[in-house]
Design a protein around this ligand. Structure first.
Ligand code: PLP
Length: 421
């Protein structure tokens, strides 16, 4: 078929009728499919079920009684695993509970209240702002909104945020205190920051001397295509550039073992970690070390984690392929959508024609397919072009995914035709 813009008005009307007919057929099936969140599917969770059996003991190999209080930074065995994965030193790592998002939240909240690294509390300095690469992760935006941090969107490029804009903004405004980054397989674009982007982040002058990079490395080992992606180490690069306290690195096992019962870690300079330890000691008398131990016995070391990730990749690859193939079959050549083909991560980012995203999501819902809300990938839920839709292929089974994406393609066609009039 020709591009929609090349069709006559009459041809478009005929095409709209055909699409509506198809849409009604899908509606009649009574589908109930959820592609709204990046949740692991059951098959993926099942891979870690052996962790549910009883532990061989409660003492860690290093001699810690994991039943008891204490061990604020996590047991050394799992610190070692995170250190290997993040290519950092164990003393730079703090392993906490199950959620990296809660570490990010706590960290930002503490900096608002008490200042970063012992500086003046951010909230006492004025209207605090964060740069937010867009499209981005909705829960990052929710944290900022909840804490009263103003969000400044920065467009994502194929190799990371537009660094010309980032550098200009951080150099000129001392109230810009942070940026939220997902450097490997970004949510939702699946972009990998280039070496140059990382080095620019590490070395850029900032007007705020308490500026921080929230380096949310949620998908650093979540790859299902191609040779393993490695980018420069932000902690080491910031050190080299003379800004050792700039980065906070976050990662978790939420999409490695169990989303509700993984382990999360953060890493930063020795002095930042010292401040963070003091804060954590006000919040807790220690993390769930038995869960740490469970993870240690199951994975043993980073190699154990990588082997497990290969099994996960085998499950995810066909799911992503199903989405991409269906988009290709349903929309290719029509000129009514652009989408990325990531090599890892959890999402496919789709750009519908301007003004169509809300309509597409609402049509999908009518036909029983729940997508992430339009606008969710932008601060305050406002996509200025009403164009971006995040597709989350990990949860439904592959055959269901194909059906869901067929519905999605018909919805895009209808929305685009309606918009063209
Ligand atoms: N960071 C990013 C970029 C995510 O996409 C997600 C989940 O989708 C999280 C963090 C949540 O991580 P956790 O489960 O460790 O809180």
């Amino acid at each position: 078929m020709k591009q929609y813009k090349e069709l006559t008005k009459q041809e478009r009307a005929t095409e709209l009728l055909a699409c509506m007919k198809k849409f009604e057929e899908y509606k009649a099936v009574g589908l109930k499919l959820d592609m709204s969140r990046g949740k692991p599917g059951e098959e993926q969770l099942d891979l870690s079920n052996d962790m549910l059996g009883s532990l061989p003991g409660y003492m860690s190999p290093g001699g810690v009684d994991c039943r008891n209080y204490g061990g604020l930074e996590g047991i050394s065995e799992v610190k070692d695993i995170f250190a290997q994965i993040l290519e950092l030193r164990p003393e730079e790592i703090i392993v906490g509970g199950n959620s990296s998002l809660s570490l990010i939240y706590d960290n930002a909240a503490a900096n608002m209240l008490h200042g970063a690294g012992g500086g003046v509390p951010w909230s006492k300095q004025g209207e605090i702002k964060f740069l937010c690469p867009v499209p981005g992760y909705d829960r990052h935006f929710s944290i900022c909104e909840y804490l009263g941090i103003d969000m400044i969107p920065v467009p994502m490029m194929p190799d990371g945020p537009d660094m010309d804009i980032v550098e200009k903004l951080v150099a000129s405004d001392p109230l810009i205190k942070g940026i939220l980054c997902v450097p490997i397989f970004s949510n939702p674009d699946g972009c990998v920051y280039s070496d140059k982007t990382v080095l620019r982040f590490a070395s850029m002058p900032t007007a705020a001397n308490d500026f921080r990079i929230y380096w949310d490395n949620a998908y650093c080992i979540h790859q299902y295509e191609g040779p393993r992606v490695v980018i420069p180490n932000i902690v080491r690069e910031c050190e080299k550039a003379g800004y050792p306290h700039r980065p906070y690195v976050f990662a978790s096992f939420s999409k490695v073992s169990f989303s509700g019962a993984g382990m999360a870690a953060m890493a930063s300079s020795a002095s930042n970690c010292e401040h963070i330890r003091k804060r954590i000691s006000m919040q807790t008398i220690g993390p769930d070390k038995l869960n740490h131990l469970r993870h240690y016995y199951f994975f043993k070391n980073a190699q154990g984690v990588y082997s497990h990730m290969e099994k996960i990749a085998d499950i995810l690859r066909p799911k992503f392929k199903a989405v991409l193939d269906t988009l290709e079959n349903g929309l290719c050549g029509l000129g009514i959508g652009r989408w990325n083909k990531p090599r890892g991560g959890y999402f496919i980012s789709f750009d519908a024609p301007d003004g169509c995203a809300k309509r597409v999501v609402s049509l999908c819902k009518e036909a029983g397919v729940v997508m992430t809300g339009a606008g969710a990938t932008f601060p305050y839920g406002k996509d200025p072009r009403d164009s971006n839709i995040r597709i989350a292929p990990t949860y439904p089974a592959t055959d269901q995914m194909t059906t869901a994406m067929e519905v999605f393609c018909v919805a895009v066609r209808i929305a685009a035709l309606e918009a063209m009039g």
